[in-house]
Ligand binder design. Structure first.
Ligand code: PEP
Ligand code: MN
Length: 263
């Protein structure tokens, strides 16, 4: 690994990342919510339930980079508005995916964490601009990125002066077709060995199927992940986007209980 001169290299001091009252690394991040926001009432009632279960950050996609251009593209600005409402009601910090620089100001002003999705990990112009902000960035691994390419993407952000970076393993593309991607849990020790950055795991986009999410969540925490991001809904079957990998509140509760026991 040729990253000894990078700012993200572990020989450099570990940045302290705060999200509201949470300190990343010290507090485990439990991020949950729908793949895409459907409507305000549903989001707010879900957010209240998630908070009761111990979730500490609410996710919700508003700008959706869909593979199929004819699929639902997200509620866009309206979605961010609903997230802000849900934050007002529950006090939960919010995360959403930024897909284009033209929306950067909306995100800087309103969300607590800017998510950079798998498809945009290689969008260096976007990463450079994020480096000039002091927002917390969740940088998802591209489905085909090596560790070194992923660290390079993080370095683009860090180079601009922003050290608030959390990495997210979300599965890589392999020859397997039963699962959507293959969750690379080895990313956790590799990142801790080579970088000064925290890492969380998204088992939902790795699995593509809800029955896999619980075991991979437990495995990720056992392997040292600093948190989880799980697509959750009060009624997964009716979700417009990623319904098959979305779990319900009972399953999320059971995951959180198992992790408490583990720890
Ligand atoms: C998401 O988290 O909603 C998402 C689109 O994930 P990824 O970028 O990992 O595909
Ligand atoms: Mn999704």
């Amino acid at each position: 690994m040729n990253i000894t001169d990078y700012k993200v290299h572990k020989n450099n001091s570990k940045p302290i990342i705060r999200i509201g009252d949470l300190v990343v690394g010290k507090d485990k991040l439990f991020i949950a919510g729908p793949c895409t926001i459907n409507n305000k009432e549903q989001l707010i009632s879900l957010a209240k339930e998630l908070k009761k279960l111990g979730v500490n950050i609410l996710r919700g996609g508003a700008f959706k980079p869909r593979t199929n251009p004819y699929s639902f593209q997200g509620l866009e600005e309206k979605g961010i508005e609903y997230l802000i409402e849900a934050k007002k009601v529950t006090g939960l910090p919010i995360i959403s995916e930024l897909t284009d620089l033209k929306y950067l100001n909306i995100f800087i002003q309103n969300v607590d964490i800017i998510q950079i999705g798998s498809k945009n990990m290689f969008n260096y112009e976007l990463l450079k601009e994020l480096g000039k902000t002091n927002k917390v960035i969740l940088l998802k691994r591209n489905m085909c990125a090596t560790y070194e390419e992923w660290f390079g993407a993080a370095e683009y952000i860090m180079q601009g002066g922003n050290t608030n970076i959390i990495l997210c393993e979300r599965g890589i593309r392999t020859f397997e077709t039963e699962t959507r991607n293959t969750l690379d849990l080895q990313a956790i020790p590799v990142i801790k060995e080579h970088t000064n950055l925290p890492i969380i795991v998204d088992p939902s986009h790795a699995a593509g199927k809800r029955y896999i999410v619980k075991s991979m969540s437990i495995a990720a925490v056992a392997a040292g992940a600093d948190g989880l991001m799980i697509e959750t809904s009060s009624n997964p079957e009716t979700e417009i986007c990623d319904s098959k990998q979305t779990i319900d509140l009972d399953e999320l509760d059971s995951i959180i209980q198992s992790i408490k026991k583990l720890r």
